[in-house]
Design a protein around this ligand. Structure first.
Ligand code: ADP
Ligand code: MG
Length: 208
């Protein structure tokens, strides 16, 4: 996957969160404070604008630009968490200007570990990690099996979507939703939905 396709990913993700802003906010209204769509749309719009203004020369620069913008423009929990994902993704890729399936898996793994380090959540806590950890595992397995990036990312996107759906039945243990206790069950985690979109738009961008 070329750097230009990864830049395209960021723009596609911006378009997706802007298009589904109200849906993400409605999900957050059920078990949070009704700002997730607003947070993501504002943050990704700023990140997308910044990439247009200063075109990155490496995947490392791309991750740093998007990550710093999200950390500085989004007030909610999701800004620092997604910001950390992009910062670590970029650091792992460094001076690369293209990533194969193994490179994508390594960068993705680094990004997700950044979220774990920052938010201290784990699989099954009803957070974005319930989409991102299965996605990373699927991506790593496909890369290890020698699949091309496009197919590996399709598998990752499907795993993320299934993981997000599975948050429906979970009682939240992290984030605002955890304040609701048992009442958080029966609702999808909004961050898992935006994370499934993150992986799906990456798979789409890889196909051009
Ligand atoms: P806030 O919770 O501050 O209002 P958002 O509404 O933008 O921020 O984001 C909420 C999402 O952030 C949740 O749906 C969940 O997926 C994710 N989240 C919250 N806390 C954590 C955490 N500690 N680790 C991972 N993800 C988290
Ligand atoms: Mg919120």
């Amino acid at each position: 996957m070329q750097l230009s396709a990864l830049v395209d990913w960021v723009h596609r993700y911006k378009d997706a969160v802007v298009a589904r802003k109200d849906e993400l906010t409605d999900l957050d209204r059920q078990i949070g404070d009704a700002d997730h769509g607003f947070n993501m749309a504002r943050g990704m719009q700023a990140a997308s604008d910044k990439l247009d203004a200063a075109v990155p020369g490496t995947v490392g620069e791309l991750g740093k630009s998007v990550g710093m913008t999200l950390v500085s423009t989004v007030g909610g929990a999701s800004g620092p968490l997604y910001g950390t994902f992009f910062l670590r993704f970029g650091t792992a890729a460094g001076a690369a200007t293209e990533l194969d399936a193994a490179g994508l898996a390594a960068a993705f793994r680094a990004g997700v570990e950044g979220i774990v380090g920052r938010g201290k959540a784990e699989l099954g806590d009803k957070t974005m990690l319930d989409a991102l950890i299965p996605a990373t595992e699927a991506l790593e397995a496909a890369a290890a099996a020698g699949e091309p990036a496009e197919l590996a990312l399709d598998a990752a996107a499907e795993a993320a979507e299934n993981g997000s759906q599975a948050t429906l039945d979970i009682v939240a243990r992290k984030g605002r939703a955890s304040y609701l206790g048992e009442r958080s069950a029966g609702h999808l985690d909004p961050g898992s939905v935006s994370s499934a979109m993150l992986v799906r738009t990456l798979a789409d961008a890889a196909k051009g």
